[in-house]
Design a protein around this ligand. Structure first.
Ligand code: HEM
Length: 222
């Protein structure tokens, strides 16, 4: 039997109240180590005005924000397949997989890879959300720290190498965004929209890797 419209609407409201909404920052506290929006986070050493200036330089406009948002429903249910490709790339590149190495065994640490993967999945949705507010900015600083000696391994109590070397951070933008493109095209968007979503993703990922670079740069020179 089909529910009456009013009953269906009430049911939807009730479910929206009790179930987590889409996967976003506010509704994802259950991901171990994911701390976007938490008070414990250090305030980013760069400001929202600095971010605006960086966006100008990257030619990142309101249009890019719109196209990132357009990509969200397209990517949201493909995150596992996307991560299979990205993790496959890292796993098959010895120069990269070494950063997930377990110091005792010398082999890739499956538990560490798995724990990071859950936050990586959330990151896809957060990037598409393009919510460039202070909480987002503070979490960019945190992600940067997690790639460096300051915080790498701490979140997952991993026994691994102490940092991801700086030179690879922005370089990975290319494989990440190149391999994302077919996923953007999978849900029937026009070729022009796929191009624009892809361009927005290239800028968004490069922008984040630049923000993550802060802890690598000499005091006062970022
Ligand atoms: C486009 C460049 C990159 C992107 C988009 C990216 C994305 C991410 C994300 C989303 C996380 C989880 C952040 C969190 O804890 O919430 C993470 C952590 C991590 N990434 Fe990257 N990353 C990039 C470059 C690299 C490179 C080049 C390596 C080298 C293999 C790497 C290795 C790691 C490691 C080892 C962690 C875990 C750090 C920890 O111990 O907490 N990443 N990355």
């Amino acid at each position: 039997m089909k529910p009456k419209p009013l009953v269906a609407a009430s049911l939807a409201l009730l479910l929206a109240a009790v179930l987590p909404q889409s996967v976003n920052a506010q509704s994802a506290p259950s991901i171990p180590g994911y701390t976007m929006g938490q008070k414990s986070l250090t305030k980013a050493p760069y400001t929202l005005a600095d971010l605006e200036a960086l966006k100008k330089t990257l030619l990142f406009s309101e249009e890019d924000t719109r196209y990132l948002r357009m990509s969200k429903p397209i990517l949201a249910d493909q995150t596992e397949a996307i991560l299979d490709v990205w993790y496959g790339f890292v796993a098959s590149t010895p120069e990269l997989v070494v950063y997930f190495k377990n110091n005792k065994t010398g082999a890739p640490d499956g538990a560490y890879l798995g724990a990071v993967r859950k936050r990586f999945s959330q990151w896809i949705v957060d990037t598409a959300d393009a919510n460039h507010d202070q909480a987002w900015l503070d979490y960019q600083y945190e992600i940067g720290l997690r790639h460096t000696t300051a915080k790498k391994n701490k979140t997952d109590k991993a026994d691994s190498v102490p940092l991801v070397n700086f030179r690879y951070l922005s370089a990975l933008t290319v494989p990440v965004t190149t391999t994302l493109k077919p996923f953007l095209a999978k849900k029937g968007a026009s070729a022009a929209d796929v191009e624009k979503m892809h361009a927005a993703w290239v800028k968004a990922v490069l922008m984040q890797t630049i923000l993550w670079s802060y802890p690598y740069v000499r005091e006062g020179q970022f």
